[in-house]
Design a protein around this ligand. Structure first.
Ligand code: MF3
Ligand code: CO
Length: 259
């Protein structure tokens, strides 16, 4: 069953998504050479407290149910694709590519928002990767219209990314989001037009292309969480929580101003 939210639930989603976007924005402002990813995660913990919300990642069980996610946010550097854990000895430096992924819970509802930042100077290949991934997100969002199917989003993202000779990750997908982090439907970044769940007004979904510079293959690190590219080439990831309305998609994790 794909949840369709009622107006009072949508209002709570709006608040939660704004908070997720604010935490992400405040974290982005701290990203600079010399900062370690543990401190960045701890700063996010403080921002969540200030905004009266909590991390939805902390203690999240992994797919095998064997371990629980140990940090407040996900911070993934270079070949790390998603679910990177803040570490005191992971010190950011010039030339790094950093993905920050924030999922918060506020008044029973979740907001999910991620982006990749670059610490200049970087190679033109890295800029191309990050720009393409961000564009892929917006192309996916354009297809998130009532009456379309999930496969229309998936196919648009995949075709765009592959036309640029980059690859989409298969193992992780976008998802419905609401009272829990991963609701129906799954929103893969690959697939066929016209297939999958019908999109209806009131659905809230996280669209999140994860794009690799090299092969799409990933593996999970020894920590049981961090996904890294098998070829150790960089990856990028952008994510917004989107509300399907009668009049097209509405991005709930956008702040009023350009970030
Ligand atoms: N934004 C990620 C997702 O959509 C966050 C998951 S982190 C976890 O899956 F630790 F909670 F798994
Ligand atoms: Co997500």
């Amino acid at each position: 069953m794909v949840p369709v939210k009622k107006p009072h639930e949508i209002e709570k989603m709006r608040v939660a998504c704004k908070k997720a976007a604010l935490v992400l924005e405040k974290m982005c402002a701290l990203v600079e050479p010399g900062v370690n990813t543990y401190d960045l995660d701890q700063a996010a913990r403080g921002f969540m407290k200030e905004l009266d919300c909590e991390s939805a990642c902390l203690n999240y069980p992994n797919s095998k149910g064997k371990s629980r996610y140990p940090s407040y946010t996900c911070i993934s550097v270079n070949e790390e694709v998603v679910h990177g854990i803040g570490r005191i000895n992971r010190i950011l430096k010039k030339g790094d590519n950093i993905t920050l992924d924030v999922v918060i819970k506020s008044d029973g509802f979740l907001g999910d928002n991620a982006r990749t930042l670059l610490l200049e100077p970087v190679t033109s290949d890295m800029t191309f990767l990050v720009k393409t991934t961000q564009e892929a997100l917006f192309i996916g969002i354009e297809h998130a219209k009532a009456g379309n199917r999930v496969g229309d989003i998936s196919n648009a993202v995949q075709r765009f990314v592959e036309s640029r000779k980059l690859s989409v990750v298969r193992e992780f997908v976008g998802h419905g989001v609401g009272r829990t982090m991963h609701e129906e439907p799954q929103v893969p970044n690959y697939g066929r037009k016209g297939k999958g769940e019908l999109l209806k007004p009131g659905m809230t979904i996280a669209i999140e292309p994860m794009v690799n510079m090299g092969s799409h293959e990933i593996e999970i690190s020894a920590d049981g969480w961090t996904a890294v590219t098998r070829d150790r080439l960089p990856a990028a990831h952008f994510e917004h929580t989107v509300l399907i309305t009668e009049n097209g998609p509405e991005i709930l994790t956008l702040l009023g101003h350009k970030v």
